[in-house]
Design a protein around this ligand. Structure first.
Ligand code: GRF
Length: 219
C-alpha cells in the first residue's frame, strides 16, 4: 500500500504544456522556531531536484535557534522576528507578511513554528500557508501531538501536511504518513521516527501542489 495519501493531490502537469512562468521554481518562505530539521529537508530536496522550488527566506522567532544556524550554513537568507519585542501576535504576523512579500514569496511553510498565527498571516497567504504537524490529523491537534499519541496508547500515529486555516490544525489535508508505535517507544524514539517521515513527506507534498498553486495564480 502506498504510505502517502497522494490521492487528493493533482497529477503533474506536462512540462511541454507549461508557459515559462509555470516552469520557474516555486518561491518558498519558511517559518521555524527551533531545530529546523524540516527546513533543512526542504533544502536537501531542492538540491536533489525532487522539490522544484527555491528558498527565498527563512524567518525565525528565536534568535540563534537551530534553524537559523542551518540557514547560515546553507546560505539561505534568514530574518529574525523576535515575538518578545513585538507588541502582539498581529504585529508579528504583519511583519511576517511584509517580509515574505518583500522576498517575493509565493508559498509559506510553517516548519516547526511554535506560535499561534492570526488571520493577518492566514489571509495574507490564503491557501498558500502550509503547516506540518506530528500526528495523523484530525487526531491529536495542538501542542505535543507525539506525547498525546503516546498517552492515548494508539498503535499508529504519523504526520500531516495541511493548509492553515483559522481553526487550529484543521485546514485541508495535503498529505499524511503513518508511523507504527512500538511497545517500547518513548517520546524520543517516536519523535525520531516521525521526523524521518516528515522529512520525506513535506517536500513531496509541496512539490505535488505546485501545479495547483500556479493554476490558481494564473486565474
Ligand atoms: C516537527 O515535528 C513538526 O511536525 C512540528 O514541529 C517539529 C519541528 O521539527 N510542527 P524541526 O524543527 O523541523 O526539526
Amino acid at each position: 500500500m502506498d504510505r502517502w495519501d497522494m490521492s487528493r493531490m493533482p497529477a503533474f502537469s506536462d512540462p511541454s504544456q507549461q508557459n515559462p512562468s509555470e516552469q520557474s521554481p516555486l518561491r518558498l518562505g519558511v517559518m521555524a522556531s527551533g531545530n529546523g530539521s524540516n527546513f533543512e529537508a526542504l533544502a536537501q530536496a531542492i538540491e536533489a531536484g525532487t522539490l522544484r522550488a527555491e528558498l527565498r527566506l527563512l524567518v525565525v522567532n528565536n534568535p540563534g535557534c537551530g534553524a537559523q544556524q542551518r540557514a547560515e550554513r546553507l546560505g539561505v537568507p534568514c530574518k529574525v522576528l523576535d515575538h518578545r519585542v513585538l507588541r502582539n501576535r498581529e504585529d508579528l504576523d504583519q511583519a511576517l507578511v511584509d517580509s515574505f512579500r518583500a522576498a517575493d514569496v509565493e508559498v509559506v511553510v510553517m516548519a516547526g513554528w511554535m506560535r499561534i498565527v492570526t488571520p493577518v498571516l492566514i489571509e495574507g497567504f490564503a491557501g498558500r500557508l502550509v503547516n506540518i504537524h506530528p500526528s495523523l490529523l484530525p487526531s491529536f491537534k495542538g501542542l505535543d501531538g507525539i506525547g498525546q499519541a503516546l498517552k492515548a496508547g494508539v498503535k499508529v500515529t504519523g504526520c500531516t501536511v495541511h493548509v492553515v486555516t483559522e481553526e487550529l490544525d484543521a485546514g485541508p489535508i495535503l498529505a499524511q504518513a503513518a508511523v507504527d508505535v512500538d511497545r517500547d517507544d518513548d517520546h524520543d524514539s517516536l519523535a525520531r521516527k516521525i521526523h524521518r517521515e516528515e522529512h520525506q513527506l513535506l517536500p513531496a507534498a509541496i512539490n505535488a501542489m505546485i501545479p495547483t498553486w500556479r493554476d490558481q495564480a494564473s486565474l
